[in-house]
Design a protein around this ligand. Structure first.
Ligand SMILES: Nc1ncnc2c1ncn2[C@@H]1O[C@H](COP(=O)(O)OP(=O)(O)OP(=O)(O)O)[C@@H](O)[C@H]1O
Length: 308
């Protein structure tokens, strides 16, 4: 199946000479949830803005459903809903009118029943006749999402949708993303909450200083770069790891009271049992054993660190 979005050798240098994107290429498949991760200033918003036709690229090309985002802007923009980081809209307008107007901007016929459904889905229905300035910050965020969905887009961009929102709204947001996924909407989100990306994304792309470091299926990424750590809490502290344990890559932590063993997720069976037996044979007594698996966050931090 042809990708819904195709990004080829995309570069962006702003008028002040700053290069925010440097030769970025990748495809986005229809119906997937892609999380774009990267530190502040990495180029995520620039990338989204180019795909949405808000910013022009300096080089390269982006197509949405086979149409060029620059030369066929009207066609491509109609397929996309964008939830920006900030609300820029008329604060004296009502919720319903704001969302309905947004639909009209995309050249779609009015559909009050659909707009009401979107408001219900976002728990905004009770506020449909309130003006935006009467809403809380979290509710204004919901309006941004309602606006982005007003014209029934096939692709939804969420630019840091949960930054600074409360737990309830965050939960609602991810439930909505799940529901939209079921209807076949392609979702691209940027987030600083990496554990959220880990929970919800099918694929993860990591951007740093305008370069795409990787884009990969989340589970494959976790398998490839994920490691496990076994911590053995000793009853008595030791000064050094006994020689007989040299064949295991152990480190000594917590004032000599912890032996830490790093291993691959794919390590063979019996490896840990052998280690525990070897520890016992070395006359070390332990009171507890715990394991921890590398999170997407660990992988992210180590990749960004390497690229710095
Ligand atoms: N209009 C502009 N003119 C000059 N430089 C810009 C402009 N817009 C963005 N930049 C710079 O481009 C870089 C990438 O910015 P961008 O907003 O794309 O990053 P981001 O990954 O979305 O960051 P954040 O996570 O902080 O939102 C930053 O260094 C930013 O200062």
């Amino acid at each position: 199946m042809a990708p819904i979005i195709s990004i080829n050798s995309l570069s962006k240098t702003y008028s002040n000479g700053f290069t925010a994107l440097d030769n970025v290429s990748f495809d986005i498949e229809e119906g997937e949830i892609l999380a774009l991760l990267g530190p502040n200033g990495a180029g995520k918003t620039t990338l989204i803005s180019i795909i949405c036709g808000i910013t022009n690229p300096s080089g390269g090309q982006v197509t949405v459903s086979g149409h060029d985002v620059v030369t066929e802007f009207r066609k491509t923009r109609g397929e996309i809903g964008l939830v920006p980081q900030e609300l820029t809209t008329d604060m004296f307008e009502t919720v319903f009118n704001t969302v309905s107007f947004s639909r009209g901007l995309h050249g779609k016929k009015p559909d009050p029943a659909y707009i009401d459904q979107v408001l219900k889905d976002l728990s905004l229905f009770e506020k449909r006749d309130n003006t935006l300035r009467e809403l809380s910050g979290g509710m204004k965020r919901r309006v941004l999402i309602a606006k982005a969905l007003s014209h029934q887009p096939r692709i939804l961009f969420l630019d840091e949708p949960t930054a600074g929102v409360d737990v309830a709204l965050r939960k609602d947001m991810w439930q909505l993303v799940e529901r939209l996924r079921k209807t076949g909407v392609t979702i691209i989100l940027t987030t600083h909450y990496i554990e959220e990306a880990q929970g919800i994304a099918d694929r993860v792309g990591i951007i740093n200083r305008g370069k795409l470091l990787l884009v990969e299926e989340k589970n494959a990424l976790m398998r490839k770069l994920g490691r496990k750590q076994l911590t053995i809490e000793l009853l008595e502290p030791i000064d050094a790891i006994p020689k007989s344990l040299d064949s295991y890559s152990l480190t000594l932590g917590e004032g000599g009271k912890e032996l830490v063993y790093d291993y691959d997720l794919g390590s063979g069976d019996g490896e840990i049992a052998r280690l525990l037996l070897a520890i016992d044979s070395a006359n070390l007594r332990f009171e507890d054993v715990s394991t921890r698996q590398t999170s997407l966050e660990d992988i992210f931090v180590s990749l960004i660190g390497e690229a710095a």
